[in-house]
Design a protein around this ligand. Structure first.
Ligand SMILES: *[C@@H]1O[C@H](CO)[C@@H](O)[C@H](O)[C@H]1NC(C)=O
Ligand SMILES: *[C@@H]1O[C@H](CO)[C@@H](O)[C@H](O)[C@H]1NC(C)=O
Ligand SMILES: *[C@@H]1O[C@H](CO)[C@@H](O)[C@H](O)[C@H]1NC(C)=O
Ligand SMILES: *[C@@H]1O[C@H](CO)[C@@H](O)[C@H](O)[C@H]1NC(C)=O
Ligand SMILES: *[C@@H]1O[C@H](CO)[C@@H](O)[C@H](O)[C@H]1NC(C)=O
Ligand SMILES: *[C@@H]1O[C@H](CO)[C@@H](O)[C@H](O)[C@H]1NC(C)=O
Ligand SMILES: *[C@@H]1O[C@H](CO)[C@@H](O)[C@H](O)[C@H]1NC(C)=O
Ligand SMILES: *[C@@H]1O[C@H](CO)[C@@H](O)[C@H](O)[C@H]1NC(C)=O
Ligand SMILES: *[C@@H]1O[C@H](CO)[C@@H](O)[C@H](O)[C@H]1NC(C)=O
Length: 807
C-alpha cells in the first residue's frame, strides 16, 4: 500500500487493531445497557454502540500518560477512521489496561482501575436508574423505568458540543492540552451564570478564567443550543434568540458535525461527510466556521501568556491555524510542546556590577522581525530616535532583550519574559532581538530556529490576505482587457471552424437530463454529467455552469465567447478537451469531454489505497507538460489560475488532464500583467495575488509546486490531523526535511518511492523551486518539465521565503 501520510498509517493501524480484536458482543448496536453490564479497557476494545452505530462509548487508547496509564473512557464518532473523541470521563487521569466501566446492579456508573479503586463516578442520582443508553445524538444517558433521564453526558461536556445538545448557564468546556494530549488545556469556553458566552484563557495549570478573547454579551440568556440544522445560538427560555455563534449550512443527513474548543484556543465548527459520495468534500473534518478570527492578536491580558507561551510569537497560518514560533536564537523550552514558550539558546549578557565591562554590547547583534510585537514586554520608551540610536540603546543596556522600532522614530525597550507575541501588519515596525554573535560562545550548538524565515513568509502571506483582498476589491477595476476588434459574426464562424460546438440552453437541459447528476462543484460553478450525440454515437460530457460572478468581472458576451474560442483551439493530450459551449442570455456553460476516473483530489486524498509512485510520477509529468503547453506553446498565453488536484482529471487510461479553464486568464503573449481580481483557491495561491505586483504565468508554477509536493507525499498541504506540529504545513515540512537531509521522512511507508529516492529528491527540489516567494526565481514550466525529467540538473533551491523576509 503506497502512502506516506503518518496519520493515515496511524488510523489504519488503529482500524486494523479494531477489526482484528472486535469482540462479538459489541458488534450489535446496543439499544439499552442493562444493570450489571461492564466494559474492560485493554486489547479487546469493547464498546457500546448507539443504535445507528454513529457513536460509541468505551475505552480509547491514547499515547502518553506514563506508567502504562493510557485509556480514556470516551464517546467518539465511530464510523469515521479518525474516531474523533467528543466526550471523555477521565481526561486528567488516564487508566491502565484492565480498568473497567460498570453500570452496577444498584444503578451506579463507575469507572474503576484494576484494583477496584473508583476513578470516576458521575451519578449522585444513585437509585432509580434502571438502564443506560448511548443515544444516536452521542449522548450517554442513565434513565429510570419510565425512561426519564436522570443523568446525561450532555450535561458534563468536555471540549465539544454536538447537534441537539443544549448547555445550561454555568457550563464550561475546557480545551485539550495539545493535539494528542486530552488533559485540561489552557483555554475554555465559558457559558457564564449570567448568560454571557466567553472564550477565555485560563491561569493554567489552574482553570480559573483569565482573559476573555470572545464575548457574546448576551446576559439574560438561558441556553446555548446547537440545533438540528446546525446553528449554535444563545437563547432565552422563551425561545428568543439573543445571539448566533455559528450557522452551518451543511445538512445533518449528509454530514457529521461538532463544535470544539481546540487546544489552540480557537472554537471551530467542523463538518465531515457521512458517505464517500460528495465529490466536493474530502472524507475528513473540514472547518466550516471558527471564532475568533485571529487569536494571535486577540489575546491582550497583562498576566499570563497569550495564544503562545512566553517569549514565543504567534502567527496565523493559512488564515486559520495559530502557530507558535521562537525568535531566532531561541528554542522551545520543551521541544515537543510548542506552547511551552521559548528560552535563549545563547549565554545572556552579563548583568552584574563589576569594574570592567568585558561582556558588553559588541558581543551582540540583532535579529530583525518585521511586523512582530511583544506588547507586554515594554519597559522603556524613547521617542524621535534613529534606528541606530535605538539599537545602541539596547546593546548598551544589559536589561534589554529586544527593541521594537518604528520608522517614525519610536523605540520601545523590552525585557523577558515577553508575552502575547504576534505578527500582524497592524503592529508596524519591527522587533529587533538581541542575540549573541555567532562567533562568540553560545550555550549549545543547537541549530538556530530554521523555521524563522519560512514562518515570517507564511505569515506575510496569511496575514495580508485580508488587507490586500480589501485593497483589491476596493481599488482595482475588474479585469478589463477584452481582445477587441472581433465582431460577433467572425467569432461565430471561428467557433464553428474550430470544431467547437455551440449549444442552446435547451439542448443543455436535454443533454444533462435537466441538470440532475452533479459531478462536482468548483470555484466558478457546478459541473453536471451529460450525454451528447444521437443513438449511434453517444458521448459522455461534463457540463460546467458558470456562476453569475463572471458577469461582475466585466465579461461581456463577446469576451466570453472569445475566451472559449481560444480555449477551444488548444489541443494537447494533457488538457481536458472543450467540446462546446452555450452562451445564451444569462447562461454560460462549458462542455468538456467526460473523464471517467475522477479527479486527482479523489485519487490522492480520498481513496484508501493511494496511487503508486510510478503513477504519481506520470501524473506529475503530464500536468507539467500540459501547463508548459498553455504557457509557452499557445498563440495566446493561457494562465490557468486555479491549478489544484480538484482540477486535474483522469481519463480511463489514467492520463492526467488539466481541466476547468472557467477562470483562466487569457493574455496576449507579450503582456506581462493585468490588474485583476483574485482567482484561484486558497492554499494553492501564489503570494503575488495578494500584493500589488504583476500576476504572471508564474502563479501557475507556484500552484504546481504545491501540487507536486502533495503528489510526492500523498497528502494535502495543510493538515490538522498530524502527529507533529511541524508536519502540519507540507511545504514547510518538506523544506525542513530537505535541509536536514531527511527526505525519506516524507515518503516513509511508500516502498516504491523509498527505492527511488533520487527521483523523490529531484521532485522535492523542483517543488521548492516552484514555490519561491519571488516569482522571478520560479522556473518556467518548460524548464520544470526538463527538471522533472532529469534532462537538466536541479540546483539547490533557496529557502522559499528568503525573499520576503529580507524586505
Ligand atoms: C429501554 O428500556 C426502557 C425502560 O425499560 C424502555 O421503555 C425502552 O423501550 C427500552 N428501549 C429499547 C430501545 O429497548
Ligand atoms: C498532558 O500534558 C500535561 C501537561 O503538560 C502533562 O502533565 C500530562 O502528563 C500529559 N499527558 C499525557 C497523556 O501525555
Ligand atoms: C413511573 O410512572 C408511574 C406512573 O406515572 C409512577 O407511578 C412511578 O412512580 C414512576 N416511576 C419512577 C421510578 O419514576
Ligand atoms: C433552557 O434552559 C432552561 C433553564 O435552565 C431549561 O428549563 C430549558 O429546558 C432549556 N431549554 C432547552 C431547549 O433545553
Ligand atoms: C436552528 O436555529 C436557526 C437560528 O439560529 C434557525 O434558523 C433554524 O430554523 C433552527 N433549526 C431548527 C431545526 O430548529
Ligand atoms: C423572552 O425573554 C427575553 C429575555 O429573557 C425578553 O426580552 C423577551 O421579551 C421575551 N419574549 C417573549 C415573547 O416573552
Ligand atoms: C450519498 O448516498 C446516500 C445514500 O447512499 C444518498 O442518500 C445521498 O443522497 C447521496 N448523496 C449524494 C450527494 O449523492
Ligand atoms: C479507470 O477507469 C477504468 C475504466 O472506467 C477502470 O477500469 C479503472 O479501474 C479505473 N481506474 C481507477 C484507478 O479507478
Ligand atoms: C504586444 O503585441 C502587440 C501586437 O502583437 C503590439 O502592438 C504591442 O506593442 C506589444 N506590446 C508590447 C509591450 O510589446
Amino acid at each position: 500500500m503506497a502512502n506516506c501520510q503518518p496519520t493515515l498509517c496511524l488510523s489504519l493501524s488503529l482500524l486494523l487493531l479494531l477489526l482484528c480484536s472486535k469482540p462479538v458482543n459489541s458488534q450489535q448496536p446496543q439499544a439499552n445497557i442493562s444493570l450489571g453490564s461492564s466494559l474492560a479497557a485493554g486489547a479487546s476494545q469493547d464498546y457500546w454502540l448507539s443504535p445507528s452505530g454513529d457513536f460509541a462509548f468505551g475505552f480509547q487508547q491514547v499515547t502518553g500518560g506514563g506508567r502504562g496509564n493510557s485509556f480514556l473512557l470516551a464517546i467518539w464518532f465511530n464510523r469515521i477512521p479518525q474516531r474523533t473523541v467528543v466526550w471523555s470521563a477521565n481526561r486528567n487521569e488516564l487508566v491502565p489496561d484492565g480498568s473497567t466501566i460498570k453500570l452496577t446492579e444498584d444503578g451506579n456508573l463507575i469507572l474503576a482501575d484494576p484494583s477496584g479503586r473508583p476513578v470516576w463516578n458521575p451519578n449522585s442520582v444513585g437509585s432509580g436508574v434502571s438502564y443506560g443508553a448511548l443515544l444516536d445524538t452521542g449522548n450517554f444517558v442513565l434513565a429510570d423505568r419510565n425512561a426519564t433521564v436522570l443523568w446525561e453526558s450532555f450535561d458534563q461536556p468536555t471540549d465539544t458540543i454536538l447537534p441537539m445538545q443544549t448547555l445550561a448557564r454555568g457550563t464550561e468546556l475546557i480545551a485539550k492540552y495539545s493535539r494528542t494530549n486530552y488533559s485540561n488545556g489552557r483555554f475554555k469556553l465559558d457559558f457564564q451564570t449570567d448568560g454571557n458566552l466567553e472564550f477565555e484563557t485560563t491561569h493554567y495549570p489552574q482553570m480559573r478564567s483569565n482573559y476573555p478573547y470572545y464575548e457574546s454579551a448576551t446576559v439574560t440568556a438561558d441556553n446555548l443550543s446547537y440545533n438540528q440544522s446546525g446553528s449554535l445560538f444563545i437563547a432565552s427560555t422563551n425561545g428568543t434568540i439573543l445571539g448566533n455563534v455559528f450557522d452551518n449550512r451543511e445538512s445533518r443527513n449528509d454530514f457529521y458535525q461538532r463544535v470544539t474548543i481546540d487546544h489552540d484556543g480557537v472554537v471551530r465548527q467542523y463538518v465531515h461527510p457521512k458517505r464517500n459520495n460528495m465529490s466536493r468534500w474530502p472524507m475528513e473534518w473540514t472547518v466550516s466556521d471558527s471564532q475568533p478570527p485571529n487569536i494571535c492578536t486577540g489575546i491582550k491580558g497583562f498576566i499570563g501568556n497569550g495564544a503562545c507561551g512566553f517569549n514565543s510569537y504567534c502567527q496565523m497560518e493559512s488564515g486559520m491555524f495559530p502557530r507558535c514560533n521562537c525568535p531566532q536564537g531561541y528554542v522551545f523550552m520543551d521541544p515537543t510542546d510548542h506552547s511551552s514558550g521559548c528560552v535563549r539558546n545563547f549565554a545572556p549578557q552579563d548583568c552584574v556590577v563589576k569594574d570592567g565591562n568585558d561582556d558588553d554590547g559588541d558581543q551582540f547583534d540583532f535579529v530583525e522581525m518585521v511586523n512582530t510585537d511583544f506588547p507586554n514586554g515594554d519597559y522603556q520608551f524613547l521617542n524621535s530616535v534613529s534606528e541606530d540610536m535605538c539599537r545602541e540603546a539596547c546593546l548598551s543596556d544589559c536589561l534589554c532583550d529586544a527593541v521594537l522600532f518604528r520608522v517614525d522614530g519610536q523605540c520601545y525597550k523590552k525585557r523577558m519574559p515577553m508575552s502575547n507575541g504576534n505578527v500582524d501588519p497592524a503592529n508596524g515596525g519591527k522587533t529587533l532581538f538581541k542575540v549573541r554573535r555567532q562567533d562568540s560562545t553560545s550555550i549549545t550548538n543547537k541549530k538556530d530556529h530554521s523555521h524563522l524565515n519560512t514562518n515570517v513568509g507564511w505569515f506575510l502571506l496569511g496575514g495580508s490576505i485580508f488587507v490586500n483582498l480589501i485593497f483589491l476589491l476596493a481599488s482595482c477595476p475588474w479585469r478589463k482587457n477584452p481582445p477587441n476588434s472581433i465582431d460577433g459574426e467572425t467569432l461565430d464562424r471561428g467557433a464553428l471552424s474550430s470544431n467547437l460546438r455551440r449549444f442552446t440552453y435547451r439542448e443543455m437541459e436535454t443533454t444533462t437530463g435537466g441538470f440532475k447528476q452533479v459531478l462536482g462543484s468548483g470555484s466558478s460553478g457546478v459541473v453536471y454529467k451529460g450525454v451528447i450525440g444521437d443513438h449511434s454515437s453517444k458521448k459522455l460530457v461534463a457540463v460546467k455552469v458558470l456562476e453569475k460572478m463572471h458577469e461582475m468581472e466585466g465579461h461581456d458576451v463577446r469576451e466570453f465567447t472569445t475566451e472559449v474560442t481560444i480555449i477551444g483551439e488548444t489541443n494537447h493530450k494533457n488538457l481536458a478537451r472543450l467540446v462546446g459551449f452555450c452562451d445564451e442570455g444569462q447562461h454560460r456553460l462549458l462542455v468538456y469531454e467526460f473523464m471517467s476516473n475522477g479527479s486527482l483530489a479523489d485519487l490522492l486524498f480520498r481513496r484508501e489505497v493511494r496511487p503508486n509512485w510510478y503513477t504519481r510520477t506520470q501524473i506529475a509529468y503530464s500536468i507539467a507538460r500540459g501547463l508548459a503547453y498553455l504557457h509557452e506553446e499557445c498563440i495566446t498565453q493561457i494562465i490557468h489560475c486555479d491549478i489544484k488536484p480538484q482540477n486535474i482529471l483522469l481519463d480511463d487510461s489514467m492520463t492526467a488532464k488539466i481541466s476547468d479553464f472557467g477562470i483562466s486568464k487569457l493574455m496576449k503573449a507579450n503582456q506581462t500583467r493585468t490588474t485583476t481580481a483574485i482567482r484561484g483557491t486558497k492554499g494553492y495561491l501564489a503570494p503575488e495575488w495578494f500584493r500589488n505586483v504583476p500576476v504572471t504565468a508564474k502563479v501557475d508554477v507556484h500552484s504546481f509546486g504545491i501540487l507536486l509536493l502533495e503528489l510526492v507525499c500523498c497528502r494535502k498541504n495543510f493538515m490538522m490531523e498530524v502527529e507533529k506540529e511541524e508536519e502540519m504545513v507540507l511545504v514547510d515540512w518538506a523544506y525542513d526535511c530537505y535541509c536536514q537531509r531527511k527526505l525519506h521522512k516524507l515518503v516513509e511507508e511508500d516502498k516504491e518511492a523509498m527505492e527511488d529516492m533520487k527521483r523523490v529528491e529531484r521532485f522535492v527540489k523542483v517543488g521548492i523551486w516552484c514555490i519561491q516567494e519571488d516569482p522571478s526565481l520560479r522556473p518556467g514550466m518548460k524548464k520544470v518539465v526538463h527538471m522533472l525529467e532529469g534532462a537538466v540538473l536541479v540546483s539547490k533551491p533557496p529557502d522559499p521565503s528568503s525573499f520576503i523576509s529580507s524586505i
